[in-house]
Design a protein around this ligand. Structure first.
Ligand code: WT7
Length: 638
C-alpha cells in the first residue's frame, strides 16, 4: 500500500461572511446593550450581569467572574486533555506540551505559593520573566487570587523597573535567574536586584520568587529571595478562585505617553476578558485544533490579550517560543511553524521586514502549509512587507489581518475579518462590530466620507481601559479631554472611499520604534537629570527596518561637549532601557522654540529627515536663525 497522500494545505473556512459582518455591525450600533448582553455569554459568570453598560459604572457592573476560571476550569470537562500551551525552548530539542488540566494544576500551585507569601486580593505582583511558561502561569495565578499582575518587559533597565515597582506598589516580584537570547544570557535577577537596591524605601516588594531557567548560578538574598520550583512542588494543585466584580482590575500594564512618567493602564476583569475572547475568535477565525502563535513578549499588551487571555478563554492552543527569529539560523521562526504545525501566526511588521531581508529561499525550505491566518500589529505595515507576508509566507492562501489597537483598547479594534472583510494591502480596513471610529480635523470637527484626520473612537466598548493607576485625572486629560465626547487615540488615519482605515502614525509625542512605544518626554526627562545637559528633544524619524528611529537634539550646558553624545546614550540605556537608545544624537547650541518657549518638533523632525526647505513660516520662532544652524549640524552629521 502506498503512503497516505500529504495533507492538503490548510484552507480558510471562515465562519463569518460579508453579510454576517454587516448584520453584526448594524446590531451593535442599533442596540449596543442588547448586542453585548448576548456576547457576554462567551464568558462563564459567577453572577451574570444585569447591567450591561453605564457611563459612570462601566461594563457589566453587577457581574462577577474570575478570569482564570474562564481560561482554565471551564475547559477541563470538554478539553482537559487538549494542549493549552506548547512551549518551545531556545534549544530545538526541548519543548513542553501542557494540557488544560496540567496548566490548571500549575496555576493553582502558583496561586497557593503566592497566597502563602501573603499576596491578597487587590495586591500588585510584578512579573519580570523571559518567554517561559511561568509567565503565563504567574499571570493566571494572580487572576485566580484577584491580585493584579504587573508584567514588566524584559528589556526594561533597572531604573525603569524601579519606577514601575514604586508606582504600582508591587508586594512580590517573580523573576528568573537568566533569560536566554541565543548564546547570550540576560541577567534578569541581577537587574531586579539592582532595581530593588535603587529605592529601598519607596518599594513595597517583600519577596522575590526566582525561576531557574538554566542552571546558571543566581545571587539570592536571604529573607527576601526564594527559588520557585521547590515551593511549587510542595503546593496543592487545588486553589479556590476569588469571585471578582467585573470592574475589579485584572492587571496593570505600563505604557508610554507624552508625559515622562510611565502610565499604568488598568484593565478590568469582565469587559477586558470578553474583548480579548471576542476579538481573538473573530479576527483570527479561531477554530478547534488551531495552533495559535503570537510572537509578542508577554510584557506588552499583545502578549496579555493574544498569548494568554484571548486564546485561553476560547479554549485554544497557544505556542510560546523562548528564542529569537534568527537564532541559530535565519529560518528559526519558520522551523517552529513547521515543527508545531502553526495555523495562526501573529507578529510585527518590524519582524517581517527583518526576515524579508534574509531572502525568499529561507522560508522556502520549510513546510508552512498549516498556516491559515497571518496577522500584524504595532505599527503601520508597508506595502512591500504586506505583499511578502501574503505571498512568500501565506503562499497567497492565507487571510492577512493588519490589526490596529492599543494598550488602552484592550484588544483589536480595526482589522479585516477573514472571509467577511476583504483585505486591502497595508490597510487595517474596517472596525470590528461594536467599534465606532471617527476622524476629526484639527479643530475637532468630524470628517465625513473619505479624508484624513485624527483618529478617535465614539462610545465605549468592553475592552476600554478602566483608568491610569492612581491617576484617574491623567486618564481623563489624556484620552477624554482633547476631543470632548470622544476617546482620543493619539493616532492619525486616512479613510478611503470604501470606508477603509489607513493608520498614518502618532500625532502626539510618542515614538514607535519596532512597535515599541516610547515617549519623547521619557528620554528628555532622563537626560534633564544630567548636569552637563541643558536641554534635549527626542523625535522619531522614518527608518527602513524599525519603522521609526529616535533622533535626539542635545544642548550642552558647557562649552566642552566632548563625549557628551556617548554619555547621553548610556544615560538613556540605564534609565529607560536599551530599546530606547537613539540612532543619532546631534549636539546643538539651541532648540527651535516658539516665542512662548515650546519646542517645535515638526521642524526638528523635518531637519533630521534631511529636508532643507518647505519649513513654512518661521517668524513665530523665538530665534529663526536656529533653523540654519541645525541644518548645518545635521548636514555635517555631528
Ligand atoms: C500604538 C499602540 C496594540 C498592540 C501593540 C502596540 C500603533 C498599533 C497598528 C497598526 C499602525 C499601529 C499605533 C497605536 N499601532 N497597531 N496595525 N497599524 N499602527 O500597543 O504599545 O499600546 O501601541 O501602536 O500608533 O496607537 P501599544
Amino acid at each position: 500500500m502506498s503512503d497516505a497522500p500529504p495533507a492538503a494545505p490548510a484552507a480558510l473556512r471562515p465562519r463569518l461572511d460579508a453579510t454576517a459582518y454587516q448584520a453584526l455591525t448594524d446590531a451593535a450600533r442599533r442596540d449596543p446593550k442588547r448586542y453585548w448582553r448576548k456576547e457576554m455569554g462567551r464568558l462563564d459568570w459567577i453572577q451574570t450581569p444585569n447591567e450591561i453598560f453605564d457611563d459612570s459604572k462601566g461594563w457589566f457592573a453587577d457581574g462577577k467572574l474570575n478570569a482564570s476560571i474562564n481560561c482554565l476550569d471551564r475547559h477541563l470537562k470538554q478539553r482537559g486533555e487538549q494542549t493549552a500551551v506548547i512551549w518551545q525552548a531556545e534549544d530545538r530539542d526541548t519543548n513542553l506540551h501542557l494540557t488544560y488540566r496540567e496548566l490548571h494544576a500549575r496555576v493553582c500551585r502558583m496561586a497557593n505559593v503566592l497566597r502563602h507569601q501573603g499576596v491578597k486580593r487587590g495586591d500588585r505582583v510584578a512579573i519580570h520573566l523571559p518567554s517561559v511558561v511561568e509567565g503565563i502561569v504567574g499571570m493566571l495565578a494572580c487572576a485566580r487570587l484577584g491580585a493584579m499582575h504587573v508584567v514588566l518587559f524584559g528589556g526594561f533597565s533597572a531604573e525603569a523597573i524601579a519606577d514601575r515597582l514604586a508606582d504600582s506598589g508591587a508586594v512580590l516580584a517573580i523573576t528568573a535567574n537568566v533569560g536566554r537570547r541565543g548564546a547570550k544570557r540576560i541577567p534578569f535577577k541581577v537587574t531586579m536586584d539592582a532595581a530593588l537596591a535603587l529605592r529601598p524605601d519607596a518599594l513595597a516588594v517583600r519577596t522575590v520568587l526566582v525561576v531557574e531557567v538554566t542552571d546558571d548560578p543566581v545571587p539570592m538574598q536571604a529573607g527576601r529571595d526564594l527559588l520557585l520550583a521547590p515551593l511549587l512542588a510542595d503546593a496543592s494543585t487545588e486553589c479556590a478562585p476569588e469571585s471578582m466584580n467585573a470592574n475589579d482590575p485584572l492587571f496593570l500594564l505600563y505604557t508610554s505617553g507624552s508625559t515622562g512618567k510611565p502610565k499604568g493602564i488598568v484593565h478590568g476583569t469582565g469587559g477586558y476578558l470578553l474583548w480579548a475572547a471576542y476579538t481573538q475568535e473573530m479576527v483570527f477565525d479561531h477554530q478547534n485544533g488551531d495552533i495559535f502563535w503570537c510572537t509578542a513578549d508577554i510584557g506588552w499588551i499583545t502578549g496579555h490579550s493574544y498569548v494568554v487571555y484571548g486564546p485561553l478563554a476560547n479554549g485554544g492552543t497557544v505556542l510560546l517560543f523562548e528564542g529569537m527569529p534568527s537564532h541559530p539560523g535565519p529560518g528559526r521562526w519558520w522551523e517552529v511553524i513547521q515543527q508545531h504545525k502553526v495555523t495562526t501566526f501573529y507578529t510585527s511588521p518590524t519582524a517581517i521586514r527583518a526576515l524579508m531581508r534574509e531572502g525568499d529561499d529561507v522560508p522556502a525550505r520549510y513546510d508552512l502549509s498549516t498556516l491559515r491566518v497571518l496577522g500584524t500589529v504595532g505599527e503601520p505595515i508597508s506595502h512591500d512587507a504586506w505583499a511578502w507576508f501574503d505571498d512568500v509566507i501565506g503562499q497567497k492562501r492565507c487571510a492577512l489581518v493588519d490589526t490596529w489597537w492599543q494598550t488602552e483598547t484592550g484588544g483589536i479594534m480595526i482589522s479585516p475579518i477573514p472571509g467577511a472583510v476583504k483585505e486591502k494591502p497595508a490597510s487595517a480596513t474596517l472596525p470590528l462590530p461594536g467599534v465606532r471610529p471617527l476622524l476629526l480635523d484639527e479643530k475637532g470637527y468630524p470628517i465625513e466620507g473619505a479624508g484624513e484626520g485624527i483618529l478617535c473612537l465614539d462610545g465605549s466598548w468592553p475592552g476600554h481601559a478602566l483608568t491610569i493607576w492612581q491617576d484617574d485625572a491623567l486618564f481623563k486629560t489624556t484620552y477624554l479631554a482633547p476631543y470632548p465626547g470622544h476617546y482620543f487615540t493619539g493616532d492619525g488615519a486616512r479613510r478611503d472611499e470604501d470606508g477603509y482605515y489607513w493608520i498614518t502614525g502618532r500625532v502626539d509625542d510618542v515614538i514607535n520604534v519596532s512597535g515599541h512605544r516610547i515617549g519623547s518626554a521619557e528620554i528628555e526627562d532622563a537626560l534633564a537629570a544630567d548636569h552637563a545637559i541643558a536641554e534635549s528633544a527626542a523625535i522619531g524619524i522614518p527608518h527602513d527596518l524599525k519603522g521609526q528611529s529616535i533622533v535626539v537634539y542635545l544642548v550642552p550646558r558647557h562649552e566642552n561637549a566632548d563625549g557628551l553624545a556617548e554619555r547621553a546614550m548610556k544615560i538613556i540605556a540605564a534609565k529607560v532601557g536599551r530599546y530606547a537608545v537613539p540612532e543619532i544624537i546631534h549636539i546643538v547650541p539651541d532648540l527651535p522654540k516658539t516665542r512662548s518657549g515650546k519646542n517645535v518638533r515638526r521642524l526638528m523632525r523635518k531637519i533630521a529627515c534631511g529636508e532643507r526647505e518647505g519649513f513654512g513660516d518661521l517668524s513665530t520662532l523665538a530665534d529663526p536663525g536656529v533653523v540654519k544652524v541645525l541644518i548645518e549640524i545635521v548636514n555635517r552629521g555631528d
